[in-house]
Ligand binder design. Sequence first.
Ligand SMILES: *Cc1c(COP(=O)(O)O)cnc(C)c1O
Length: 366
Amino acid sequence: MNNHVTILEIDGSALEHNLNYFKKKLNPKTKILAVVKAFGYGGDGVKIAKFLEDKVDYFAVAYAHEGIALRQEGVSNPILVLHPQTPNLQSIVEYKLEPNLYNFKIFNAFLNLSREISLINYPVHIKFNTGLNRLGFGEKDIPKILSSLKQLNNIKIQSIFSHLAASEDLEEKGFTLNQIHNFSNLSKQCYTQLGYKPILHILNTSGVVNYPDAQFNMVRIGIGLYGFGNDNIETSKLKNTHNLKSIISQIHEIKPGETVGYNKAFIAGGFIKTATIPIGHADGISRKLGNNKGHVLIKKQKAEIIGNVCMDMIMVDVTKINCAEGDEVIIFNTQEMIQNISCISQTIPYETLTSISQRVQKTLKK
Ligand SMILES: *Cc1c(COP(=O)(O)O)cnc(C)c1O
């Protein structure tokens, strides 16, 4: 049981608001797959999935054990495992997870397993590479995939999908439209030969925003559920879902010339007051935020992080803040704060959110 005082509070009503925002952009029949990989983008994949289970059609995780965690807590929606590996296939079947088959190594391994244990019409997903060059079959592989399936009823293609490389970047519109066009062609070739129609999907969050015409039968929404669109206008229509807070562990009065933290990185120029907060770089607070680059909020006032970020703690300047040990500290509770932290840490909100460690207590408020 995690009883840490540093808590990531997930806002259920904000999640629901964001989901509904995307639903309104889609045709009523388009299915929604909620991406809850990486612990629900640094939150709690299980709690988020339990909250969304009756509001979405599908879930996706990256790895098998993430899907197993959802099943163990009773999530019963179909779960697509985006990046399964051959050693995990047995447990994928055991927990009724649906593997993405992206090359012949994993395709053949799953086909063999499905015959060995006599599966019937087990749902699998076939991924095509249309330009990201990460995972996926090529067009040339279609005849071999389809001919391997023809004689067998062990597996059934539940969906055919691809992933966009630059859906957020309108300067790459030509490239993206070409990916969509290729995907459309590939899936048509499969459709005509299969005799049934798997679900087709290619759009992630920014794909839904920029290329709604390419929604096919389903969309995969990740970062948008957690409050971030492609740009500030989109993001302003979404609500922040991940709120990170802690408390003041200790307050110190520092005299001029004294130093604070490792490497004596901060040297007090006058009498100051510091607060020590139980969150550090092991919890996702980048060392780039140290030395007065980043701040937290205490009593709604900015308290700069002084000295180096430690593994388990930060020290902040509270000279001008009337606060006491035990008082609440906000690390972030708005999209702007997350963007600011990302900017100083030279990264993007995806990484800021997913860096929040498992040591932080995760709660979901409905
Ligand atoms: C992570 C991921 C998504 C979600 O992308 P967002 O930009 O967070 O919406 C969708 N599809 C695949 C294949 C992914 O790996």
